[in-house]
Ligand binder design. Structure first.
Ligand SMILES: [Fe+2]
Length: 274
């Protein structure tokens, strides 16, 4: 525990005892049917370039799109932008001005991601990513102002949306399904930097089947804690990742603002149990 930030002295908070999980089997069935129709995307292909992976991950041999794009020969950079929705906005003479991928002005199109994967071996850890509730930017993910669940989520995931709406948030700013294909893994990274925010980000993750093999660890990969809960809150300032398994797994992450009374009760419960 000593090298993890954790929450209130715990490596993470198991929410299974305080959230009704009885609907999760039905929700799992609903989600798997919906995923055959919903338009999911790849994500996570630039974690190294974004500087959020644990130091030991930098040398793991998996190609990162930020680093690949930086080194593209001129004609291949032109191939990349030819696959954009509007290639005319790009100018190869000013290529250093353009950044691509998650959290940039130029999110990649599906064609660009497929090309980066197949031509340059870029590794996208999450090949099934679907926003049930879209956030504009990372900073904006805890505010619910002006946001709504997507039409696809409301139509194909009604039980899941109802479950999310029952979670103890006063507002929800982001809700995303992250799916990992067989044999893929999520590289160890952290989502926020210790010391940058005053409070631990309010997030709930749920893994309807359990057994995703989500792990927390320190910057060297030690102090490993596997989260076996179906519903949990972890401190995303801690390094975390998902181990590979020979089958598809997924979980849903919800960001927002916790109901303060629920949070007080959870803190008291956690202290009592220590
Ligand atoms: Fe993360």
């Amino acid at each position: 525990m000593s090298r993890l930030c954790g929450i209130w002295g715990e490596p993470f908070i198991d929410l299974d005892p305080v959230i009704d999980t009885s609907e999760l089997p039905a929700i799992d069935r609903e989600i798997c049917l919906a995923l055959t129709d919903l338009e999911a995307s790849y994500t996570g292909g630039s974690l190294k370039w974004m500087g959020v992976v644990a130091p030991f991950v930098h040398d793991d041999g998996y190609a990162d799109l930020g680093e690949v794009i930086l080194r593209l020969p001129r004609e291949e950079w032109l191939d990349l932008v030819s696959l954009a929705d509007d290639p005319s906005v790009f100018d190869v003479e000013r290529r250093a001005d353009f950044t691509f991928g998650d959290e940039t002005d130029h999110p990649l199109t599906r064609r660009q991601m497929l090309w980066l994967k197949m031509r340059h071996g870029v590794y996208f850890p999450w090949k099934v990513c679907y926003h049930l509730l879209e956030n504009g930017t990372w900073e904006d993910k805890h505010s619910g102002a002006g946001k709504a669940f997507s039409e696809g989520a409301e139509r194909l995931l009604p039980r899941t949306v109802a479950f999310v709406k029952r979670l103890p948030f006063t507002e929800i700013g982001r809700c995303v399904l992250f799916g990992i294909e067989a044999n893929d893994h999520a590289p160890v990274h952290r989502d926020s930097e210790p010391g940058k925010t005053l409070t631990i980000p309010h997030t709930i993750n749920f893994d309807p089947r359990g057994g995703k093999r989500f792990v927390l660890c320190d910057a060297e990969g030690g102090e490993r804690v596997e989260v076996r809960s179906k519903v949990y809150w972890f401190n995303d300032m801690d390094y975390h990742g998902v181990e590979p398994d020979p089958f598809f797994r997924y979980s849903i992450r919800v960001d927002g603002v916790f109901d303060p009374r629920w949070l007080d009760a959870l803190r008291a419960r956690t202290r009592r149990r220590r």
